[in-house]
Design a protein around this ligand. Structure first.
Ligand code: ZN
Length: 558
């Protein structure tokens, strides 16, 4: 069987899902993770639809990816103009992205009712748009929108649209089940028929889950000859979602014998899936195939003893093959071997027994609501504390926040902190008061004012993102609040976490970690050298206006 390409649409189609939102810096983190996983093509969206997309493409242009290629997404030209007069196509041609995916209509119904052009003009729109981008030196993929519905109604015309794209030089046609209503039998039949009609045209498959068959439809398409599968991480997307690329990867490799990733990369599947959920501020689905927390959970009794004697009795695959664990999984990070590997990557030496104690501590923290997948900064600080060589920035005596709401509508916030900062052999006490437009902002200002004099490097550290989730732990303990903060020094972004029954207290914890880790970055050569001594990918500093906007964000929320 030919090699099957993995094409991720999380950042474009996936963002169509209700409540899905990522900043440009977060999208860059998604791209880096997907690149590390071994995804071939990553669709980043349309390069200039808004300032956020523009910022993203500027960041992506600077990012050094090991394997993946960035895809810019756009539409075929407007009706009644030439391709070189079409603003959208010009933007695609000028983008740095080496690959462009062009979406066009393959269904007569869509051409007549939605585009309102003649069938002939639609074919010209497809062919001329592909030619234009080919002439601009791009590799072009043609997304045949509504292909399956179109094929059922008018197979001959649906095939003509593919021919128009092929003859103009597109390297692959992607058959889309845009409305998501197709079933596996017909998808398999139609893909096989297209293969017979156009044996020289490489095919891809793009499916949605409206009939609950998105993954199944992608798999049957591969069986029928498609050599590219498109999907989103964890199946996020409009309505009922896109095909879940995470499930597809595991199915292809472990069930169908289609090797898409190395075994060691496949073992990062669970971690990657959870990481992206955390960035999206979404609780990972515990029942998700392969990577869910309960995907390999066994209750006491016959199952558990069966699994002990031979895992094949109750498990369809080895959980370790996808980086998951048997039984009630605590986390991907709490395994002792994983901890030691992470510590080694960060250059931390853990003394005898420290890794086991760190693993126990992480399990306890996770039970209390912590999740370290996206809080890499807090996780590394925890390991550093366990190494016995870590010196915190300061010792807290107390903090206090006063929020006063005035009759005219203004709310004023003031924070006072009392801390002890190491000074030579002893400690020096600092008392600092600061105002802010919210409690976290006021605490941040006070803390920076107090230790900024001692550690001027922290002036470069900015809070770029602030997320709150209420965890309803149904353990009779009441809800707790989890705060995730992303901070950046302009080169790197790191995540920290705080959990408490009190929102401000949780925020304080994450805030302190973000500055503590900022010092780790500033002091070590981490800012210049990557893990294992490889150069770290530079992350372009955000434009000044975007920075100002970001800086304001955490405090607007809280
Ligand atoms: Zn789609």
């Amino acid at each position: 069987m030919a090699r099957v390409q993995l094409y991720d649409a999380t950042l474009r189609d996936g963002m169509g899902g209700v409540g899905m939102s990522l900043t440009a810096a977060e999208k860059l983190r998604v791209v880096q993770r997907l690149d590390e996983l071994g995804v071939d093509l990553i669709e980043a969206g349309f390069p200039a639809s808004n300032p956020k997309e523009r910022e993203l493409f500027a960041l992506l242009e600077q990012a050094r990816l090991r394997h993946a290629q960035i895809v810019a997404f756009g539409m075929t030209r407007r009706r009644g103009c030439s391709a070189d007069q079409d603003d959208g196509l010009r933007v695609l041609a000028e983008s740095f992205a080496p690959v462009c995916t062009l979406v066009g209509k393959s269904s007569t119904l869509q051409v007549q009712k939605v585009l309102r052009v003649s069938k002939r003009e639609n074919l010209a729109m497809i062919g001329e748009s592909v030619s234009f981008l080919r002439a601009a030196g791009k590799r072009v993929l043609f997304d045949a929108e509504h292909f399956f519905d179109g094929y059922r109604a008018d197979a001959d015309y649906a095939l003509q649209t593919l021919r128009a794209a092929r003859d103009a030089g597109c390297e692959r046609a992607v058959l889309c089940d845009t409305n998501g209503g197709s079933l596996p039998g017909e998808v398999g039949r139609i893909v096989a028929a297209v293969r017979r009609e156009l044996p020289d045209l490489a095919l891809g498959i793009h499916t949605h889950n409206d009939s609950g068959c998105a993954v199944a439809n992608a798999l049957v398409a591969v069986e029928a000859g498609a050599t590219q599968v498109q999907g989103t991480v964890n199946g996020i997307g409009e309505r009922t979602g896109n095909a879940n690329l995470i499930t597809i990867i595991a199915d292809l490799q472990l069930k169908m014998g289609v090797k898409v990733l190395s075994a060691s990369r496949l073992a990062r599947l669970t971690e990657t899936a959870h990481y992206i959920d955390e960035l999206l501020n979404r609780a990972p689905n515990p029942n998700q195939p392969y990577v869910g927390r309960h995907a390999f959970a066994h209750k006491a009794g016959m199952h558990a003893s069966g699994v002990r004697s031979d895992p094949a009795t109750f498990e369809h695959v080895d959980p370790a093959s996808v980086g998951n664990q048997r039984e009630l999984v605590v986390s991907e990070l709490s395994g002792r071997a994983t901890l030691l590997a992470r510590a080694a990557e960060a250059g931390i030496e853990l003394p005898e027994g420290a890794a086991a104690r760190a693993a126990d501590q992480i399990k306890e923290l996770e039970h209390a609501g912590y999740q370290f997948e996206a809080a890499d900064g807090s996780f590394e600080l925890l390991l550093r504390q366990r190494s016995g060589r870590y010196r915190p920035l300061f010792r807290l005596e107390s903090w206090r926040v006063i929020v006063e709401k005035r009759a005219e509508g203004r709310a004023q916030t003031e924070a006072t902190i009392k801390i002890w900062v190491p000074d030579g052999e002893g400690e020096r006490r600092y008392i600092q008061t600061a105002e802010g437009n919210g409690p976290v902002n006021a605490l941040d200002n006070a803390l920076r004012a107090a230790i900024g004099a001692v550690h001027p490097q922290l002036r470069d550290v900015e809070l770029v993102n602030y997320k709150v989730r209420i965890l309803d732990e149904s353990k009779g303990t009441g809800a707790v609040t989890r705060v995730l903060i992303d901070a950046s020094d302009g080169h790197r972004v790191w995540g920290t976490i705080g959990v408490s029954e009190n929102l401000i207290s949780a925020s304080w914890e994450a805030l302190v970690d973000s500055l503590e880790y900022g010092m780790v970055v500033a002091e070590s050569s981490l800012g210049h050298r990557g893990r294992n001594g490889r150069p770290r990918r530079p992350v372009k500093t955000m434009p000044a206006a975007a920075r100002a906007r970001r800086r304001a964000r955490p405090s607007e929320a809280i």
